[in-house]
Design a protein around this ligand. Structure first.
Ligand SMILES: Cc1ncc(COP(=O)(O)O)c(C=O)c1O
Length: 454
């Protein structure tokens, strides 16, 4: 059994691995900063929990009033290796002291190449690969679509209900949910076709019908409404993130990948939220041995620095002409140094194993909650990417009010939790993979208390 108590946790020396509330949430200093924020920061940029952070490490976030909170969010699945993880911080400091930018497209540097080599090694598929680096997940998705269109000479892109791929113009078009991501931000990019997602809880006819029919429905709709030979790419999150941690039934992803292969369609796995050990494997596709043609990554790749990538079959990636891909900051030397530190940490500390251990601890307690509270209609996810979906008991009617109340009660007790889902009725759990078991259990107890009080 892998046991990781708090004293194993990177960041311990800097940030004590315990919850400690010394003021109400938010405290006076955070409230002062909130007032300043209102006068300076655009309203459209929201926040989940109104505390201002001064330090963070392992599974703890410290705020400006000296409160220590347990982190079940990892900055939306980013600091899987812990905040300011020692290997990340050391490599970043060293790189920043040497040079911060040359632009890889002007004068290249080794760190970029090394990150691409790691991506070749770690992503699914043993074929010859190439990678290109970018700044954000949305930018990686945009480029994956550009590359797929260029390689196939086709235009249509198939995405799914409940998908989230980003907030730029093309990725808004790929993202399913209107509010808050798309409302009145159109017109959107064209040639995007949306298919029903294999969502076991909500598939008409239920879970078994989803398992039996979803793939055939999607294939038939692509055939009748788009035409296979018009489709450049099918893009899917192996476990949907913002859309509610929707896990398709076994067989759906492999079947979709086969369909793409048979029809010359580029199969893009968006592993931006699921990737880099989060689901208990390096990549979520590995669970069913799905081998995508292109993989998009970001978030967990660089321990908190902005970095993203498209990795895939050499013949697809290299179909693009010289100069066709890039950007001023893509693959910044400092972000690459951070990625090398993060990847080294994941390998050295078997963070995929830790994600599985987190699941072993969390799932029984989440199932226990679901037995006690009929408002919980579903417990799902994999590894350290878990969620509960809330509905009016005995129905599929979403219950976003109870969801928000539970999340708020957790926040008041010093547990950072995030909600998600098309209907805002899912609480998701994304703890740093290095979190100590005692903190993890304490966070679950706070969640249980929150259910008891709302
Ligand atoms: C699956 C997925 N794709 C794309 C994105 C967009 O990434 P970014 O916010 O870095 O642009 C996200 C972000 O949440 C995501 O979860």
């Amino acid at each position: 059994m892998v046991c990781f108590m708090t004293d194993d946790v990177p960041g311990d020396a800097r940030v004590a691995q315990r919850r400690n509330l010394v003021t109400e949430i938010p405290g006076p200093r955070s409230r002062e900063l909130l007032a300043r924020r209102e006068g300076a920061v655009a309203r459209g940029v929201s926040h989940v929990l109104p505390v201002f952070v001064t330090d963070a490490g392992g599974g703890v976030i410290v705020d400006a009033d000296g409160n220590s909170l347990i982190d079940f969010g990892s900055g939306i699945a980013v600091v899987s290796v812990g905040n300011a993880a020692p290997r990340v911080a050391a490599r970043v400091a060293e790189q920043a002291a040497r040079f911060t930018h040359t632009c890889f497209m002007v004068t290249p540097y080794e760190g970029y190449v090394e990150v691409c080599e790691e991506l070749t090694r770690r992503t699914p598929g043993s074929y010859e690969k190439r990678s290109a680096l970018f700044n954000s997940g949305a930018e990686a998705v945009e480029n994956a679509v550009k590359i797929a269109r260029h390689a196939t000479g086709r235009q249509a892109v198939v995405a799914f209900d409940h998908a989230y791929h980003g907030r730029t113009n093309l990725t808004m078009a790929l993202t399913a949910k209107n509010m808050p991501y798309k409302d009145k931000f159109g017109p959107f990019a064209g040639e995007i076709y949306r298919m029903p997602m294999a969502y076991p809880l909500r598939w008409p006819g239920g879970r078994e019908a989803c398992q039996a029919n979803a793939l055939e429905v999607v294939k038939s709709l692509i055939h009748t409404q788009v035409g296979e030979d018009n489709v450049a790419a099918v893009i899917i999150e192996p476990i949907q993130g913002e859309g509610g941690f929707v896990v398709p039934p076994d067989g759906f992803l492999p079947g979709l990948a086969d369909f793409c292969r048979e029809n010359g369609i580029v199969f893009i796995a968006d592993e931006i939220q699921t990737g880099f050990c989060r689901t208990g494997d390096w990549f979520a596709c590995e669970h069913e041995n799905v081998v995508p043609d292109l993989v998009t990554t970001a978030k967990g790749i660089a321990g908190g620095l902005p970095l993203a990538a498209v990795t895939g079959r050499a013949e697809i990636m290299d179909s693009v002409h010289v100069g066709g891909l890039g950007g001023t900051y893509g693959g910044s030397p400092v972000a690459c140094a951070a990625a090398l530190g993060a990847i080294e940490t994941m390998a050295a500390e078997d963070l995929a194993g830790r994600a599985r251990r987190i699941s072993d601890i969390m799932l029984p307690r989440l199932h226990g909650l679901a037995e006690k509270y009929p408002v919980i209609a579903d417990v799902r996810g994999r590894g350290a990417m878990l969620a509960i979906e809330m509905t009016k008991p005995g129905t599929l009617d979403p219950d976003p009010a109870t969801t928000a109340a539970v999340a708020k009660a957790c926040h008041q007790s010093g547990l950072v939790t995030l909600t998600c889902g098309t209907f805002g009725n899912v609480i998701r759990f994304l703890p740093p993979l290095v979190i100590g078991e005692d903190l993890l259990n304490e966070g679950l107890s706070i969640l249980e208390d929150a259910f008891a009080t709302v």
